[in-house]
Design a binder for this molecule. Structure first.
Ligand code: ACO
Length: 323
């Protein structure tokens, strides 16, 4: 049977780093409050000329280099983002153009912080259907551009960045020993829209708008939703938490990550954490964390890796794969 296996990873971050202490001149907050409530110590903020498409292109080039491939080898680009450069065309098509690709096709996916998990699931389905052989799956965001910089309850939480993964078709036996994606579970529920949304858009205000969030409400739902989809992948695959090598969660808040890992029975040393360095980069957080853990040698071929995310909508999902 056809499986979608990881062939390469890459990441890109804006040059400018903003530390927690730098916020003390922006809003009434402190390094101590931010670290204690979120685990975040710093985040990267896009500067002039750094956009979702340029960061996505840089992450894509790094992933191609890691995989030993060129844009000619890619059939499809799926970009997960909620902060595209323009309302249209899709920033994925801009990245395709920047890579010098005039073959294949590209599109954006919008599931906010769950975007990368949705995108990797979509890429897997395209590969397993036989329609494409290799997919560049990118998560790229510039949330700094939709933040209300006078709202201390949101502006300290987010950062900018991009991560990319190349998935390719490989032959598998149909068992959990196969390389590639073994199980996925996606969910959404629009009744939670008001808890995390952007108060603008082309069809309502004809403007971009700013991020609005009831943080405590999001927190209340996060752990239950995350653990539900993860458990669905365990049931579908027969894999148990003890068998996992790495847990690469969406990096929104260290307390959500710790509580989810505890509830699932995943040992602390198996959890990849980047939220301290990047803040919440929305759809970029999982591929950024994956690229970093692969590059530093933590994630190795044959390892069983669990990804999850939860975000605006609400949307949430999990993917289980063997590296
Ligand atoms: N600095 C100092 N004080 C602050 C700040 C700040 N940056 N922000 C809020 N406060 C104050 C509040 O005004 C409040 O003061 P009050 O008690 O006088 O009213 C107090 O701190 C406590 O506020 P809470 O919102 O109850 O604080 P909480 O412990 O819930 O932490 C946080 C807030 C960090 C936003 C938390 O709720 C959270 O992380 N929620 C999840 C949100 C999230 O991560 N969303 C990302 C997308 S969804 C996802 O990815 C899971």
């Amino acid at each position: 049977m056809i499986r979608s296996a990881v062939r390469g990873t890459g990441s890109a971050l804006p040059t400018r780093i903003m530390k927690n202490a730098d916020f003390e001149h922006v809003v009434e907050t402190s390094d101590e409050w931010i670290v204690q409530r979120t685990g975040i110590r710093q985040r990267h903020i896009a500067g002039e000329g750094e956009t979702t498409a340029t960061l996505g292109e840089a992450a894509a080039r790094a992933a191609l280099h890691d995989a030993g491939l060129t844009p000619d080898d890619i059939d499809l680009i799926v970009l997960a983002t909620s902060t595209p450069d323009n309302t249209f065309p899709a920033s994925a098509v801009d990245i395709q153009n920047r890579l010098g690709m005039t073959h294949g096709f590209a599109f954006d996916m919008q599931a906010v912080c769950s975007g990368f998990v949705y995108a990797i699931n979509t890429a897997d389905l395209y590969i397993r259907s036989g329609q494409v052989r290799r997919v560049l799956v990118i998560g790229s965001e510039t949330f700094s551009r939709i933040l209300d910089w006078s709202d201390r309850s949101t502006c300290v939480l987010f950062g900018d960045g991009a991560g990319a993964v190349i998935l390719e078709a490989v032959e598998g036996e149909g068992t959990v020993a196969d390389r590639g994606i073994l199980a996925s579970s996606l969910r959404s529920d629009g009744t939670h829209k008001e808890k995390l949304y952007v108060d603008g858009g082309p069809s309502t205000t004809q403007s971009v708008g700013h991020l609005r969030m009831e943080g405590r409400e999001v927190f209340k739902h996060a752990v239950g939703m995350i653990t539900d989809v993860v458990e669905a992948t365990f049931v579908a695959s027969g894999v148990t938490a003890e068998e996992l090598d790495w847990f690469v969660p969406h990096q929104a808040n260290k307390r959500i990550i710790d509580a989810s890992a505890r509830k699932l029975g995943i040992a602390e040393e198996k959890v990849v954490i980047t939220v301290d360095l990047h803040g919440n980069t929305s759809a970029a957080s999982v591929p950024l964390a994956l690229a970093i853990a692969a590059r530093d040698g933590r994630i190795k071929p044959g390892d069983l890796v669990l990804l999850e995310a939860m975000g605006g909508g609400f949307t949430w999902g999990a993917v289980l794969l063997r590296w």
